[in-house]
Design a protein around this ligand. Structure first.
Ligand code: MLT
Length: 386
């Protein structure tokens, strides 16, 4: 047996595991300290009422012999796939075939799994800094990675790769910088992919936070994108499904990859929980949508509060407007991990070190607005105190 030696190229711990471990170590050493968690982007509000009701109903359905059913379709239930097409895409002027929509157990899995459609000889481009799973997944598969630096000087907008790349991961609104790609910026990438024969994996997990009309919610708003892009979305950040698990992936037939993905899913995936899918469907009712948007407004206010609080304290901050993340420059040239440790030790505030998202993230930290509002207020108060 020969192990996959590509794993040796990874950091010892995944970024969020390392953040968690350091927080736990601090808490173990200081059991009375109230640590404020503005680190991992995990939602804090409970599930919307409409979702809870729908999930209860689904459990009841599975509780009776005459309504019980077992396996569903690997690619997801038609009721949810139809709702997605009708509510997430049609209002944007995008038409999709139901066979192009695949329900998943969240964006995380499919961001990794879709890479199985491509040869390990492919060269991959990622924004830098970016959600670390794109890099880790492709390092595990032995692919070469090309980094597209995003920093304040270029407005966090990646330039096109100078060389040919086969796969491009784009995350907009971006995790971690909290900035979002405008229509012309996205058009440049779609045109590049069409000319080069590349595929874009578009992570739209945070699209619900977009309220700038210049920022597309879906890559398919760009002409020709259905030929070159896979789009991945999730109910995690939209409807509080981080623990429930449900999302979806759109693989248009025009990419030439839809049948491969269908084939892969039939073999390797037994489908998303029926109960989760009924919960997700409920987010498209008028009541469900209103409740979801109440939650998003809450998190957006939290993002504003954090942004203004940090700015008021003299920090250089970015993002937080079309996204739930605030990207903050460390003071006095401190390193990301150094500042992370400093905030934890001195203020008992947890963030995520920017360098964990890529080399261009060094000298930054990320704060998450998915936190409790009172915790955000307390965090800015604590930072002000010293
Ligand atoms: C984050 O903090 O970046 C996210 O919560 C991670 C994720 O969605 O997996």
């Amino acid at each position: 047996m020969e192990k996959n030696s590509n794993f040796d190229k990874l950091e010892n711990n995944y970024l969020f595991t390392e953040v968690f471990n350091r927080k736990q170590a601090y808490m173990a050493a200081h059991p009375d300290a109230r640590v404020l968690n503005l680190g991992i982007g995990d939602v804090t509000l409970p599930l919307p009422e409409a979702v809870i009701t729908a999930m209860h109903r689904a459990v009841d359905e599975l509780s009776h012999r005459d309504t019980f059913h077992g396996y569903g379709l690997e690619q997801g239930c038609d009721f949810l796939r139809r709702a997605i097409i009708e509510h997430d895409y049609r209002p944007l002027g995008i038409e999709l075939d139901i066979e192009e929509v695949f329900i998943s157990d969240g964006a995380g899995s499919d961001l990794g799994n879709t890479s199985e459609l491509f040869s390990s000889a492919n060269r991959v481009a990622v924004q830098d800094p970016v959600y670390p799973a794109y890099v880790d997944t492709n390092v595990m598969a032995g692919r070469e990675i090309v980094y597209m630096p995003c920093h304040p000087q270029n407005g966090f907008a990646a330039a096109l790769p100078k060389e040919h790349v086969d796969l491009i991961y784009l995350c907009s609104p971006n995790n971690p910088t909290g900035t979002a790609m405008t229509r012309p910026q996205l058009e440049r990438f779609v045109n590049y992919a069409r000319e080069e024969g590349s595929i874009i994996i578009f992570d739209a997990a945070y699209e619900v936070f977009v309220d700038d009309p210049e920022v597309p919610h879906s890559i398919y708003e760009i002409e020709g994108a259905q030929e070159v892009a896979i789009e991945i979305r999730s109910y995690s950040k939209t409807a509080g499904f981080t623990g429930v698990r449900c999302g979806y992936t759109v693989v248009p037939k025009a990419t030439g990859l839809q049948h491969m993905w269908y084939r892969r899913q039939c073999t390797k995936y037994n489908g998303t929980s029926y109960i989760s899918q009924r919960g997700a469907e409920a987010t498209y009712t008028a009541e469900g949508r209103a409740q979801v948007m109440d939650h998003i407004r809450y998190y957006k206010q939290t993002a504003r509060l954090l942004t203004e609080g940090l700015k008021g304290l003299g920090y250089e901050v970015y993002g937080g407007q079309n996204a739930p993340y605030i990207w903050c420059k460390t003071p006095q040239g401190m390193g990301s991990w150094e500042f992370f440790d400093y905030l934890l030790e001195h203020y008992r505030v947890v963030c995520v070190p920017g360098v964990g998202f890529g080399r261009s993230g060094e000298g930054f930290v990320r704060f998450s607005a998915f936190s409790d509002r009172a915790d955000c207020e307390e965090a800015t108060k604590r930072l002000n105190r010293h």
